[in-house]
Design a protein around this ligand. Sequence first.
Ligand SMILES: Cc1cc2nc3c(=O)[nH]c(=O)nc-3n(C[C@H](O)[C@H](O)[C@H](O)COP(=O)(O)OP(=O)(O)OC[C@H]3O[C@@H](n4cnc5c(N)ncnc54)[C@H](O)[C@@H]3O)c2cc1C
Length: 386
Amino acid sequence: VLSFDVSPDQHALAEVLDDFGRKVLLGSYRTRAASTDFFWGVQRTLGEMGVLGIGLPERYGGTGASPGDAVTLGLAAETLARADVNVAASPVQTGLVGAQLLDATPEVQERYLPPVIAGEEVLAIAVTEPSGGSDAAALRTVARPVDGGWLLSGEKIAVTWTMHATAALVYAREPGTQGARGIHCLLVPLDSPGVRTSAMPGMGCLPLGWGSMSFEEVHVPTSHLVGQPGQGLFAALEKFDFSRAALGLLCLGAAQASVDEAAAYACEREAFGKRIASYQGVSFALAEAQTFLDAARWQSYRALWLRDTGRPHRAEAAMSKWWAPTVASDAITAAMRVFGNLGYSCELPIQQRLRDVMSYFSADGSAEIQKRIIAVDMMGPVAAGR
Ligand SMILES: Cc1cc2nc3c(=O)[nH]c(=O)nc-3n(C[C@H](O)[C@H](O)[C@H](O)COP(=O)(O)OP(=O)(O)OC[C@H]3O[C@@H](n4cnc5c(N)ncnc54)[C@H](O)[C@@H]3O)c2cc1C
């Protein structure tokens, strides 16, 4: 089946977000991006617009489940990223958190889903550790069973929203277990005794409050187990299959805005007595970037559409997650060159987009790990060295 249509509702949402992006976000993107403060006002507005509760239950303020939710999430991320790459991460991160919380106890759902969907609070997802993130099944944080729950000890690193989150979904293993089996997902309020957080600002994405967390014998009650005991990592990996494609679209949205701006500039800027768009050295670079953006965009939407229609899509989501950030950063670089000295200048958003988009080379799994997933899909476990 081939279908490239979006529904009237999806089209209307994209129009509203595009308008919001142009009028409210774009002009202040660089100011927000230069600060580690969180954009709570914008987050609440996203909540009011319904983009933080796509596919999540109506009783908690979400939109309720619809057949095209994954594509809608991608559309929201792509559209918002044209104006602000970091704001565009909110629907994806919240979608990922929300999807995991659907496996939590009613107590946890009632406490956290309404404020997260309303944009009043954010939650982090803590998998990566100082000893490594690619081999997530080798994580070392331990959840030792005690009466009424667990005692959590270990360290997480490179976690988005650490500095803004009320709580984190922490992945920790039962002592004595190995590999992916035996890893629980635990909801841990970050003001619990024994939790410490610290910031680790990167070369971009400052407002995302990236940071590390340490846990020293933190008591986590049984009611804060999310999903089945020992199945936490498997459940999370299944959710990454939509967040990865949505993040690909986020990168492509930022790149498309850069290419559009460069194309408009090329039609006005003169050199050697002619508009620079008339030189094929300029116009072909943008034409090539546009070709790759177009191809990567449909590849990413196809992954989300496969999810929406209940078809296998793990390899396709992995393709979006490695290819789209590569295509996007190449396209942003091409746009930057067209602007000459201005492209490098902090007066334009292009350099900021490049720094923000580059975070997605690693966030949610590196390109190499995505290629490993694709290779296993093609050739079986032998491609993972098993
Ligand atoms: C902006 C940003 C946000 C992030 N947000 C979060 C978050 O919210 N929560 C969270 O838990 N983590 C988060 N991360 C961490 C991210 O998931 C990890 O960086 C990623 O999984 C890679 O892990 P690592 O950094 O430990 O690299 P490593 O696992 O040490 O890998 C180092 C290098 O070796 C390569 N490599 C490893 N194994 C193989 C292999 N088998 N074959 C080929 N190459 C291989 C990797 O691709 C990489 O290039 C974030 C990272 C960034 C940059």
